[in-house]
Design a protein around this ligand. Sequence first.
Ligand SMILES: [Fe+2]
Length: 371
Amino acid sequence: MDRQPTPAKIIQIPPSDSILLPGNAALRSDIVVPSDGAAPGLPQPRSLLVPRGIPLLPAGDVVPDAARFGRYRRIAARLPTYLADAVENPSWLLMFAFGRFIPIRRVYQRRHPRSQLGVLGDTLFQGIDLTTALERLEADGLAPNFALPKTVVDEVHDFTRRTPCFGNFDRKLAFYPEDHATAEVRFARPLLTGHYFESIERCQAVARIRRDPALQAVANAYLGPRAKFAATRLWWSFPTKPREADLHLASQDRFHFDLDDWQTLKFFFYLTTVDQDAGPHVFVRGSHRERAWRHQMTLLVGHPIADVITTHGADNLQVITGDSGFGFAEDPFGFHMGMSPRGTARLMLEIAFGVSAFSKRRFYGEQIILK
Ligand SMILES: [Fe+2]
């Protein structure tokens, strides 16, 4: 099953460019690179903060807003997944009901305090300052500069050359990433994502990243002594004209917060160079600890982009672009989203930690989808 991959395109971003967000919002790219940039020679962030106002643009080539999908249909689409979560772990219901409230999360965190950073062993992430990373995580909800060596990135690409992925979380839609265009014709539907699910257990590089002591040290310090692996996902996001339901399933182009556990920490790694056209990840700084009541007193985890930006301020929006290998840690209780790629496919790795018993079904990112 050996195949040759399509090499990732690298597009330089002119500093004067705008970044289009769905919902007709745009950000000027007044690029601010943080002072604690990645070590020389390692994958660098292209832009981390892109604030300075959000001029509203007329409707253009953007994905239709989530509002058209319908508030109740969005809940209905997730219901089978939520029911499966409750059956698998009944205490999940308690977290789902109350874990969305900031005061209750604070009480929980006081009862389960964080730990000191442990001693770091032999790590892939040379030169990283874990103390600073932890401070930024606590203050901002996001810490950059977990850069992977190129050899490790190459090893993951070698794996993706040999292994089919599954489109739109559906195991009936298996294809190789370089065959994306023909697979869309063959399956007669847009393929927005391609997940590898449990196949990644055959990838030694992913296993090495997952057991790296730097990630474990940060997770143990941030989540406390109960920190445990919650998920490992490897997936492509493809430029296409997606169906709205697939966008929703992939949580793309809409701000949401993850409500999987009382406390969660995720490490994300770009395994292709991600610029404004390759579906950058967007995070709202500080939204993991401060939230409007109307964003707590609701069953919905997703909220309109303009509403979130108005509430938290454009200066707190972090649009993350970076070289292949660039990684960052994030508290996913903060508002975040992946943008849909407009020009280049994105390969992303996620290593998630939580504090409760992990869900076997969700460990590789699998959801239950409505047909
Ligand atoms: Fe999420």
